[in-house]
Each structure stands twice: as C-alpha cells, then as structure tokens.
Ligand binder design. Structure first.
Ligand code: SIN
Ligand code: FE2
Length: 224
C-alpha cells in the first residue's frame, strides 16, 4: 500500500483512523483491523519515545524466576508488571518510584476508534503496556487476566517489524490461528474472546524503515 507524504492535518474523529486494509475476524468478538493505525505511525512512535524517556524499557522477571525476552514499560494510571512476587498492575513505576507517564491522547483516541470499529463503543483504557521485540524474542501464549473487569476489550497496536501472532480461545488447548501482524495493524479482542490465549512467535530478523530491528506493540487495557 502506498501512502503519499502529507503534512499533518487534523481531521474529525470518524476519519482519524482507517482500516484501509480491511477487517478480518479472528473469532467471536475478535478482529484484526489491517493498517488501522498506519496514518499515525510517526506520532505513535514519537509518543513511545516520550514515554520511554521517563520510564525506560526493562526486562521484567516472572514469578517463576525467568527474565522476559521482550522489553516492557507502561503509560497510564496503571502499569502492568511482573516480578518474583506476582503479575499485577501498579500506579508507580517500581524502577523510579514515580507514577507511570500519562497516557498520550493519541493512544486514547486510537483505542476508542479501534474498539468502536470492532463493536465495543466507549472504550476508555487506563493502562497501556508497551512491548519492544528484537529478533529472537518471543512472548509465549497467555491470557490477559489481571484486569478488574473483563467486560472491556483489549486493543493491540503493532509497529515496526512484522510478527507472527498466535490467537486461540479461552481454553489453553483451543486451536490457535497464526496471523501476520505488520506495521499499523490493530487487533481488538473482547466479549467471548476476552480471555483468548495469545502469543507472539520468535521475531524474525529484519530491518524496518521506521523502527530498525525492532517491533513495538501497545496493548491498551482498562485495568482498574
Ligand atoms: C501482549 O500480549 O501483551 C502483546 C501481544 C503482541 O505483542 O502482539
Ligand atoms: Fe497479552
């Protein structure tokens, strides 16, 4: 898909985001919106940079004692962490002792727009986990279940290098689909798919014009 370079022009909400590559169902209540975030890639990457200047990426440890290969940080009123104690949300970044950086307005708009397009109107996330993948890193299948109310969906935004995303069902044994997620793709899962298992296969080597040898993923959640 070719997009000409354009100066940044403010446009009304409905046309801010654009699933121009179409919509694909991944399950009941789960959709992939191809290219939905692409028009805002530069602004999204700049926002990630601003967040990480205050709360740098770090490799967290699981309660089982394993260091995660994916580097993580957060913004919003709550941030997801793992350490030897548990998986949980915290108001403060444990590295700095300060509150997580504020959620950029663009993240809120994108989350609301994508959730709305997927059939979940009025989504207002209060937490955004930011993942950074490098070639060789992976995220094993898991459920997002540390949030207070599963009535809200999860909105996931991919930027940079492509990844093979696995998406299954609420049971660990449910079959998993494998879908390629590229720069600007957004996945939303909620309703009957809210507790679907999902993961990211080992990132392949590559070079992306905007992110180099990296993939970034935002998962926007209503945690509290
Ligand atoms: C996640 O499950 O937190 C991230 C999924 C992804 O990186 O696509
Ligand atoms: Fe997840």
């Amino acid at each position: 898909m070719f997009r000409p370079m354009m100066p940044y022009i403010w446009v009304p909400m409905q046309s801010l985001f654009d699933p121009d590559g179409g919509m694909e169902a991944l399950g009941a209540g789960a959709v992939l919106l191809r290219g939905f975030a692409q028009a805002h890639d530069r602004a999204l990457l700049a926002a990630i940079e601003a967040v990480t200047a205050k709360a740098p990426f770090r490799h967290m440890t699981t309660p089982g004692g394993f260091e995660m290969s994916v580097a993580m940080t957060n913004c919003g009123a709550a941030g997801w962490i793992t350490d030897r104690r548990s998986y949980r949300y915290t108001a403060d970044d444990p590295e700095s002792g300060k509150p997580w950086p504020a959620m950029p307005k663009l993240f809120l708009k994108l989350a609301d727009g994508a959730a709305d397009a997927a059939g979940f109107p009025g989504f207002v996330p209060d937490a955004c986990l930011i993942n950074r993948y490098e070639p060789g890193t992976r995220l094993s299948p898991h459920q997002d279940r540390d949030e207070a109310d599963y009535g809200h969906p999860i909105v996931s935004v991919s930027l940079g290098l492509p990844a093979a995303f696995q998406f299954g069902g609420p049971k660990r044994a449910d079959p998993m689909k494998k879908v390629a997620l590229g720069h600007g793709d957004v996945v939303v899962w909620g309703g009957p798919s809210r507790l679907a298992h999902h993961g990211v296969l080992t990132l392949k080597s590559g070079e992306h014009p905007m992110t180099g040898r990296r993939r970034f993923n935002l998962t926007l959640r209503k945690a509290l």
